[in-house]
Ligand binder design. Structure first.
Ligand code: MG
Ligand code: MG
Length: 291
């Protein structure tokens, strides 16, 4: 017998018009991150990066969603080395050659949220750190490619875990991705693992929007929060990488709302929304079969 799929309480399905609005918010985040990546260099402070981010977001007519979120004091999170997520920018913290920096950015445009993160080497980085970041990015790519209509939520965690597992890295489980829309964090949680395998959990309907964000560590996946009430660090002090995108499930496949090209470069040959539609709605017609 067919299993009835019931959407968990609080999960919202966006209309094509709403996805269009979320795309515009996603582009603000994508463009801001692009600016920040070019600004990263030894000697630059994370406070300066935060200033650039806020200016970029506000000049686009948007609002930094992190600023004031449960009291968070900045527009981006900057997490360096053993910091996994939620690091607080500071004019007292200069980036140093060889460090690995994660920048997490969120913006609200006309009520709709975008959320994405990148990991960037500061100057020349050890190959071991570049490899860690590359695997975390590959894991994100796999998770995004699994956001297919007709799939299930655990397809995403399974895809992420399958990329990370062969490398023996830690994959943080205490923090997850999330639904996103008119709030930054909506149901469901989007874990980066799938203990019961793929094909489980909520159905990935057309119009579901998720933030997928693998956090990968060189050593143990165990983490704790510092006394500042925000910064999450690895227990063993080894480095971490964090990548994130906001993605919409469409009839054509995943539409990466925070990627400037909609996900074309990241997803390659995977079924996805066609490239070249920056800022415009691709075929979002409900019920159409994937092509
Ligand atoms: Mg984020
Ligand atoms: Mg997020």
């Amino acid at each position: 017998m067919a299993r009835r799929t019931r959407r968990p309480r609080g999960v919202t399905v966006k209309t094509p018009e709403q996805l269009e609005a979320m795309r515009l918010a996603g582009l603000v985040v994508g463009r801001t991150l692009e600016r920040l990546v070019t600004a990263v260099a030894p000697g630059v402070t994370t406070g300066e990066l935060d200033r650039i981010a806020e200016e970029s977001i506000r000049s686009a007519g948007a609002v930094p969603s992190f600023l004031g979120y449960h009291g968070f004091p900045a527009s981006i999170c900057t997490s360096i080395g053993a910091e996994v997520v939620h690091g607080i920018p500071s004019y007292g913290r200069e980036l140093a050659e060889g460090e690995l920096l994660s920048i997490d950015c969120g913006a609200i445009l006309r009520g709709w949220h975008g959320d994405a993160a990148v990991t960037v080497p500061v100057g020349r980085c050890a190959p071991e750190l570049l490899a860690l970041s590359a695997v975390a990015r590959d894991a994100l790519r796999a998770g995004l490619a699994a956001a297919q209509p007709g799939g299930r939520l655990s397809d995403i965690g399974d895809a992420v875990h399958n990329v990370v597992r062969p490398h023996g890295y830690g994959l943080v489980e205490d923090y997850t991705g999330h639904g996103i829309g008119t709030s930054m964090h909506e149901p469901p949680c989007v874990p980066n693992v799938a203990p019961e395998g793929p094909g489980r959990g909520m159905a990935l309907e057309v119009g579901i929007v998720l933030a997928i964000e693998p956090m990968v560590t060189l050593g143990s996946a165990r983490v704790h929060e510092l006394e500042d009430g925000w910064t999450v660090v690895t227990d063993d002090g080894r480095q971490a990488a964090h990548w994130e995108h906001t993605v919409a499930v469409t009839a054509r496949g995943p539409w990466v709302l925070t990627a400037l090209d909609g996900g074309a470069a990241l997803l390659g040959d995977a079924p996805r929304v066609p490239a070249g539609r920056t800022g415009t709605t691709p075929a979002l017609d409900r019920g159409a079969s994937a092509t």
